[in-house]
Design a protein. Structure first.
Length: 351
């Protein structure tokens, strides 16, 4: 009887027994409300209250982590906390709350009906390019022309525009803390992502997880496509687009899977596709989701690249490999992707 019950567990079934609030409280430690900002208790060493709750158009509470780009419902919190698939998260909730055994706690907290808030937007004031800006990008073999092609701009000031057009300051230029704006005109007039390359954490700020970075720069058709983790990696891979017919796109964060409509569009345009995310918890989790949902082959820079051998830097992604190894060695790496057709569960890219 227990196994049969598991097969019929759905999100709707769980929410008919317990509320979204109860799930958030149990696994996040916070009761949803829209009256302030909170610390994300699931991120270690995070003491900055940069998260908030809102209600989406379907009436679901969402936990928004501005720095990381998370827009989690209560089920996503469980997925992330225990590194589970969506179905596994449903089972975990059902077991933890005693739903299957009928031992549900009677302290039911009814989901409050909230009016959907308008999402905030980012506004920027650009500044002129400095020599230090170009020096940073050229270390990754990203040229001035490629920066303009991908709509990258240095930022003087940035604001978050909230309800009633209230401007909340988000950044002011500092030479020790430069900021670059990625602009995505295909997805909207004021769609930006801010990148702070020298910050030890909270390197990104964006408010729209539905954007696919690099999408509007893609050719109509080509041979090879990688789903990777950042626009910087996309621009680095573009160095080799003509020679290898290799292109790439990146979701807005390592918790986001590209929607089916966009995936189908790209599936019909590129013959050979795969994923290339970081060899860490978030990257492995996202790789699994792409493998399960879209059957994409995984590539990763494994542990051998992360070791500091003979004083050399560890390599965790494509842009690091290109910066450290250079054009010639990176070409050899790409040839493996182009020609290799057998993949393991955790396929590592090796040079």
């Amino acid at each position: 009887m227990f196994n049969n019950a598991i097969t019929v567990i759905t999100k709707e079934f769980i929410l008919s027994k317990i509320s979204q609030e109860q799930i958030f409280i149990k696994y996040l430690g916070i009761e949803p409300n829209d009256r302030g900002q909170f610390i994300n208790s699931l991120r270690s060493n995070d003491d900055s209250p940069g998260c908030s709750f809102y209600v989406d158009s379907r009436g679901y509470w969402k936990f928004h982590d501005i720095a990381a780009g998370y827009n989690w419902d209560c089920f996503n919190v469980v997925e992330f906390s225990y590194n589970l698939t969506f179905k596994e998260a449903l089972i975990r909730i059902a077991i933890d709350f005693g739903i299957l055994e009928g031992n549900i706690s009677n302290n039911y907290i009814a989901t409050k009906q909230k009016v959907k808030r308008q999402p905030c937007r980012i506004r920027i004031k650009r500044r002129n390019w400095l020599k230090s800006d170009y020096t940073f990008w050229k270390s990754y073999h990203i040229s001035e022309e490629r920066l303009h092609f991908y709509n990258v701009s240095p930022v003087q000031q940035a604001w978050l525009v909230r309800e009633d057009n209230i401007l909340v300051p988000a950044y002011y230029h500092s030479y020790t803390d430069p900021c670059f704006a990625y602009y995505f005109p295909h997805f909207g007039v004021y769609e930006y992502k801010l990148y702070f390359p020298f910050r030890p954490k909270n390197k990104f700020l964006h408010v729209n997880s539905n954007i696919l970075q690099g999408y509007e720069q893609l050719p109509q058709t080509a041979d090879n496509l990688l789903y990777t983790k950042s626009l910087k990696d996309v621009m680095c891979i573009d160095n080799f687009s003509n020679e290898f017919s290799l292109y790439s796109v990146a979701p807005m964060s390592e918790t986001v899977v590209v929607g089916k409509e966009l995936f189908i569009d790209l599936y019909n345009r590129f013959d050979n596709q795969g994923t290339l995310f970081d060899f860490d918890r978030a990257g492995i989790r996202l790789m699994k989701r792409y493998k399960d949902e879209y059957k994409l082959h995984p590539y990763m820079f494994g542990m051998e690249f992360r070791k500091k051998l003979f004083g050399k830097e560890p390599i965790k992604d494509f842009s690091d490999f290109l910066r450290i190894k250079g054009i010639s060695e990176t070409k050899k790496l790409i040839e493996r992707f182009i020609t290799k057709k057998e993949y393991g569960e955790f396929r590592e890219v090796i040079s």
